[in-house]
Design a protein around this ligand. Structure first.
Ligand code: ZN
Length: 202
């Protein structure tokens, strides 16, 4: 399975000139919600991710995703692993467990995102579960931006990665893009104008 071509087919891997949320510029952008627009494609990706996780032999009781981005990926992963799925969400800026979801003492969780950049939201989700007495035994994502080290790739995590080194991250592919400071961007120097992805028309 070529994950990159699946993202391209779904128009989830954009090429152009983008302003990222960090303010830096890039010629590529992952619009990860697009790859989950088709439930069959979502199922295919989640099944592939679940196979990796099952092969590792790690024991997992439930899946938890940080909303909003992780919800569909987490739900599809739970289906593929034959487990239940819950999510945590931000309220007034703070990640919380709501909606009557409960966590049992000692329960083993995998925290699933659609895409892991530095892993900040995944880590916040993990902290909530651990504060409630659960254990986070692994992280998962469909796509990894290459800051964190995923299982099967022999590369050290970059300093930006917030996930604990001792907990495995399962992901289907690394999507590493060059990013540029706005005043040192070769695309800007070529005269093109950067756009904010997710704004109208992209
Ligand atoms: Zn630029």
């Amino acid at each position: 399975m070529n994950v990159e071509s699946i993202y391209k087919e779904a128009d989830a891997l954009l090429s152009g000139h983008f302003i990222l949320s960090s303010g830096t510029h890039s010629a590529n952008y992952l619009q990860s919600a697009k790859v989950l627009e088709d439930p069959k494609r979502a199922e295919l990706l989640a099944t592939k991710l679940a196979t990796q996780i099952k092969e590792s032999g790690i024991e997992i009781d439930r899946v938890c995703a940080p909303a909003l981005g992780g919800v569909i990926a987490g739900y599809e992963l739970a289906r593929a692993l034959n487990l239940n799925s819950i999510f945590v969400e931000r309220k007034e800026g703070e990640m919380q467990l709501r909606r009557g979801f409960e966590v049992k003492e000692g329960e083993k969780f995998i925290v699933c995102e659609d895409i892991i950049t530095t892993g900040g939201s995944a880590l916040e989700a993990a902290k909530i579960l651990e504060d409630l007495g659960a254990q986070v035994v692994a992280f998962a994502a469909l796509a990894n931006r290459g800051f964190c080290k995923r299982v099967g790739v022999d590369k050290d995590p970059k300093s930006e990665c917030k996930l604990p080194k001792s907990t495995p991250l399962f992901a289907l592919a690394d999507f590493e893009f060059n990013i540029y400071a706005p005043d040192d961007c070769p695309l800007c120097k070529d005269g093109s104008k950067a756009i904010k992805p997710g704004s109208r028309g992209n």
